[in-house]
Ligand binder design. Structure first.
Ligand SMILES: N[C@@H](CCC(=O)N[C@@H](CS)C(=O)NCC(=O)O)C(=O)O
Length: 212
């Protein structure tokens, strides 16, 4: 499988899933500004017309998009890693959290806060609305280690998104359960490795953009 990613973007959740499974995948870096791949300067829009990551090229050549779908595909393809419940109710709970992270947190809260072109009013609105989502999440995580009964692809996605807080006005110390969760999950070897590798690539990306 081949993952199109940008450093520290939501695509990192799928890298974490691969590391959890101990499986080699091909990682193809996409520059978020130029929408070109780093390794061969190919047009990423020809792979995924909306230009956002992640995209996953499966072993049979199909290109999948949308983080939550890709994460479930990878979890299903690598069942030995136990990254998704296999029973119907458990799968519904997984979907519930993936949808919550993708819509309520990632796109509604963090995207406007991280987008330098988003108007100040949009950021204020997102923050106001987002507080109840973070309260809700903190309550759920107050007495549990993971979103579900065990680490799943939803945790891979959530830890990626919550870590973006440092680049936003969201102060996680106001939600000690979330701060503790991020600290705990980031200690997993798969997560620590993914963050370390992508942090280095992110620094390089910033340096490239500063030069351009
Ligand atoms: N709906 C997409 C959104 C993915 C997304 O927002 N990706 C961001 C990185 S976290 C991105 O590539 N943004 C660049 C862009 O929108 O041009 C998904 O869930 O996969």
């Amino acid at each position: 499988m081949q993952l199109y990613f940008s450093p520290l973007a939501c695509s990192m959740a799928t890298r974490i899933a691969f590391y959890e499974a101990g499986v080699d995948a091909r990682f193809v870096e996409v520059d978020p500004k130029t929408k070109r791949t780093l390794e061969d300067d190919a047009d990423y829009l020809a792979v995924s017309p909306l230009g956002y990551v992640p995209a996953l090229r499966t072993d049979d050549g199909e290109v999948l998009t949308e983080n939550s779908a890709i994460l479930q595909h990878v979890a299903d393809a690598l069942p030995q890693a136990k990254l998704a419940p296999t029973d119907a109710r458990g799968r519904t709970h997984l979907q519930q959290w993936l949808c919550f992270i993708g819509t309520e947190l990632h796109k509604a809260l963090y995207t406007p806060l991280l987008d330098e072109r988003a108007p100040a009013e949009a950021k204020t609105y997102a923050l106001e609305k987002g507080r109840s989502r973070l309260d809700f999440l903190a309550k759920h995580l107050a007495h549990r280690d993971h979103l579900l009964d065990a680490f799943s692809v939803a945790d891979a996605y959530l830890v990626t998104v919550l870590t973006w807080s440092v680049a936003t006005p969201i102060d996680l110390t106001k939600w000690p359960a979330l701060l503790a969760y991020v600290g705990r999950v980031r200690e997993r070897p798969s997560v620590a490795r993914a963050f370390a590798e992508e942090r280095d690539l992110y620094v390089k990306e910033k340096a490239r953009h500063a030069k351009a």
